[in-house]
Structures are given as structure tokens and as C-alpha cells.
Design a protein around this ligand. Sequence first.
Ligand code: TXA
Ligand code: MG
Length: 344
Amino acid sequence: MENYLDLRNDNNYTKLEQAGKMIREGGLVLFPTETVYGIGANGLNEKAVKKIYEAKGRASDNPLILHIANFEMLPQIAQNISDIEKKLMKAFWPGPFTIILNRTKIVPDIVTAGLETVGIRMPSGIIAQKLIEYANVPIAAPSANISGRPSGTNLEDIYEELKDKMDFIINGGNTEVGLESTVVRVINGVPHILRPGKITAEDIENVVGTVEIDEHILHKTGEGQKILSPGMKYRHYAPNAKCILVFSKENNKLISKIKELSSEYKNPLIIAKNENLERLKGVQTIGMGNSLEEISKNIFTILRKVDNYHPDIVIIEGVEKEGLGLAIMNRLIRACEYNYIEIE
Ligand code: TXA
Ligand code: MG
């Protein structure tokens, strides 16, 4: 294919010049970041950004993040930045951290879904950085997936669903983190985590002393409730099959519960830590890795595979809701549409 660039074993990033030009001229570019793949467009071009919403089938009230390559790109799109916000950016950029700031007039309404704030991130992934530099404009980019599907963490997972809608595709292999960035908004001087990610509550607390975790991270949005991050209210990551998330701090109890649940179904599928698979023999299983880092990297690819097994139930092992575990549980609770059992 003409507009395909494979950078998996190639560090000649000058090849990204053409992709950068494509962005600047209004095209859509599928590209890797250190978190997940993104569908990028010129963030200052309303028409180009509109194509992102069309390609994803995304609700028009769900705003996009602008990606920048350096601090010089910031004043153009954000204003009235507080000292705490500056401190956070300095600590976590470049990296998997998005901050919600007051926008400037130049940011098109379509990017922010009409809000007066704009989400901004400086990615650490080298391909993303070079792409933004070549484009020389902020890149608006949501996660690369059709809305509602798990985000793409490697090109194979998303190629079929997105290939016909992209003007340029960049293959960078597997993404490093595997979960989308932490989204933070500072309210009255206190950072609020609206979406958990690799940058944890503890990380933020260590920099500015306080942090709040938005209640919607693990709980369903009530009818008519005001929501700080529109993305939190949408069905996300869920396979077609019914899923249940199960967690206990005691592994024996967890295994018994998983076995008990699976015995009630004809064709159960269990997603569990590799170290537990031996004890779950006799039913179909998928190992998700052992460490939180491994689980983060693997979980979206696994969620995409689930329906191939045609299970009548999917039972997923949960993790402790701390550190990176909170981000994993946020995605899994959504995948299970809030079907969650925790055993003391
Ligand atoms: O890691 C990531 O953040 C990836 C990569 C591609 O950078 N991008 C990503 O974008 O996950 P997206 O669009 O899938 O998720 C952005 C989230 C959504 O939940 C959205 O509602 C929220 O950020 N968001 C964006 N702008 C916002 C704003 N002004 N106020 C509140 N929430 C905002
Ligand atoms: Mg997304």
C-alpha cells in the first residue's frame, strides 16, 4: 500500500515527513503512541477533525485530546494555566498524562465538543512526537477503534475496522503501556483524576500533595448526573458476550468463585492471571499475564478476541484497585457493564 509505513524495525523517522504533511493538509493518520494507537488529524482544522468523528462513529458531545510535541505548542491552544497545572505538566510530560485546560479561541468547537476546556497531552512515544513535529500543528487524536470497541494497542487488532477510513497508516508494533492516558482536571487547586492510567493517583500526590479520584471511574453514571469527562458515560470495551468481573484478595476464594460461576454455563470462557490457569483446567481460558504492566499491555487485545470463542459467559479475574490496577479495573468494569462481584 502506498500510504503505509512500517517503523517496527526502522528508526529512520524522517520517513514520517509525508505523514506529517498528510495531517497538515487535512488527512487522517493512524499512528502509535506509547499508550494506544490514535486516529490523528490537524487539530486546528474543523473539517479534518470532523472526519475523526465519522471514522469512529463517535458521539459529537465527546471531546478529543490535542497532542503536542513540545511546550512551545501550548500557549496557542491553552490559557490561564495555574502553577499546579504547570507543575503537573512538567512532572509527567512527555508521557501518558492528559490535562484539561482552558482553551483558546483558535481551538475549533468540534475538538472540545463545545466545552470551554481542552484536553492536552504530550506523548513520549517517539513516532508520535516526530509525527507532531512534522505536522507542525497540534494533532487531535482519540484512541484508534470504532466507538465502543477496545482501543487498539497493535495495528493487527484495528487494521480491518479502520483501514478504509485512513489516509495514512503507521505501524509501530505493540504500544508500550496498552491503556489510554490518565486524564486529570485541576478543580479549585486539586487535581481530579477523570480517567485513570499509567500515571497513578500516588504519582500525582507525590508532585502536588493532593489528588481526588472521580467517583465515575468505578461506578455507573446516574441518570441526569453531571459528568466531568463525557467519555465516561459511554458503553466501552464490552464484548458481545455477557461478562462478569470477579475479585478477591484471597486467591483461593477467587478461584472457587470463578469455578462456581463457570459451572452454571455450557461454554464459559475465563480470563485470568497466568499463574491461576493451572487451577482452572477443564474450561476454556485465556491468560492475561501476571503483573499489572503485563495485564495493561494485553487486556485490549484479549477483549477483542473474546467473541471468537462464542462463550455464553466470560468470567474475568479482577485486580487490586490500586496504582495501575485502578486503570485496569476501570476498563474491565466497563467491559463487564458493571457486572462486578467482590468477595471479602
Ligand atoms: O492515551 C490516550 O489518551 C489516547 C492516545 C491516542 O493519546 N487517546 C485517547 O483519546 O484515549 P480518547 O478520545 O479515546 O479519550 C479521551 C478522553 C475521553 O474520555 C474524553 O471524554 C476526555 O478524554 N476528554 C477530552 N477532552 C475533555 C475535556 N475538555 N473535558 C473533559 N474530558 C475530556
Ligand atoms: Mg477512546
